[in-house]
Design a protein around this ligand. Structure first.
Ligand SMILES: Nc1ncnc2c1ncn2[C@@H]1O[C@H](COP(=O)(O)OP(=O)(O)OP(=O)(O)O)[C@@H](O)[C@H]1O
Length: 314
């Protein structure tokens, strides 16, 4: 199966399980978002991280974000998560609140501006609705990997046993050796930590998930396992905005792809279009690659995988 076929399959599955109205329901609207940094150490020089970026993502969508180094990808996620305070513009998070007096269990849409809402609101949203992970694990000292992953599930109300079972299943699918499940991530390699990091981020299936290069340190086989897990574990209740450097990975997981260049949003295109011009070729797609890799032991495919340079097709 080609990665394009994967995308089509995913879109079809989503269409089947989400109603048409639901599919079009916006989850996040970013309007004219700008972020500038004042470099106090360099004569107050200003660096533009984001320049009037606008887009919208809808329920259940996976938006991939690509672009050259320094184009603003991480700044975008950090502004949405409010690690960075935007300089200008709006980020509207559209949530649906259960009606108190609606016996049929209806939900009323409400809007929160993530640029201007209170810190208390941000903390609440981070706990209940918006997840973020960078490529680096914020490890908690002396907590075993399985508990790092189980923790957000316990916070969601899962019983300890169930949460640990799910955590183990996620770590297993990400090919973390069983012998490491009860070990402390402090001693793990970069790729092992990243697997714990990714498992922890997706475990609670947040309403909006922000992923910053979640597969950058993984070997090709594990990267494929991660792609598969993202496709199978996350359902339509989770909308994802994910930064990726690898064109094959982003083409396989995303529905649409936003291309940033020098702090500006150049375009958003369907993953199929992006894949056709940026992935190695349709004939070297994820599944075929797996077959090839199984045929030989040399682990060199990652070196040749296409990098997302974010520029226009060559
Ligand atoms: N905290 C900061 N202070 C000053 N400048 C910053 C800060 N964060 C980002 N920048 C600048 O903003 C611009 C965009 O950075 P950003 O990290 O968002 O890019 P990126 O596309 O994620 O890059 P990469 O792919 O290398 O991670 C860069 O010029 C960077 O130097």
């Amino acid at each position: 199966m080609t990665s394009q076929a994967n995308t089509n399959d995913r879109t079809e599955t989503k269409t089947q399980s989400i109603s048409r109205t639901e599919l079009c329901r916006p989850v996040l609207t970013v309007k004219q978002l700008s972020k500038t940094f004042a470099l106090h150490t360099v004569d107050e020089t200003e660096v533009v991280g984001l320049d009037e970026v606008s887009f919208q993502v809808t329920a259940g969508e996976f938006l991939g974000v690509v672009g050259e180094s320094g184009s603003g990808k991480s700044s975008l996620l950090k502004c949405i998560y409010r690690t960075y305070q935007a300089t200008d513009g709006d980020i509207l998070y559209h949530q649906r609140v259960q009606d108190q007096d609606n016996e049929s269990g209806g939900k009323t849409p409400t809007e929160i501006n993530l640029v201007s809402c209170s810190d208390r609101e941000i903390i609440r949203l981070r706990k209940n609705a918006i997840g973020y992970t960078s490529q680096f694990l914020d490890e908690i000292p002396r907590v075993p990997a399985v508990d790092v992953v189980a923790r957000p599930l316990c916070e969601q109300g899962f019983a300890d046993k169930k949460a640990r079972e799910r955590a183990k299943s996620l770590l297993s699918q990400l090919r973390l050796p069983k012998s490491l499940w009860e070990a402390y991530p402090a001693t793990f390699s970069g790729g092992e930590r990243q697997r714990v990091n990714l498992a922890q981020a997706i475990a609670p299936k947040p309403n909006l998930l922000l992923l910053d290069e979640p597969t950058s340190a993984l070997d090709p086989e594990t990267r494929r396992a991660a792609v598969e897990l993202l496709e199978t574990y996350l359902d339509d209740d989770t909308t994802v905005i994910g930064v990726f450097h690898n064109a094959d990975v982003v083409s396989a997981v995303a529905d649409r792809i936003a291309v940033l260049d020098e702090a500006q949003l150049k375009r958003i295109e369907p993953a199929e279009t992006y894949s056709a011009t940026h992935s190695r070729t349709d004939s070297v797609a994820v599944d075929q690659e797996r077959k090839t890799n199984n045929d030989h032991t040399a682990d060199t495919a990652g070196d040749s995988e296409t990098d997302t340079n974010g520029g226009d097709p060559q």
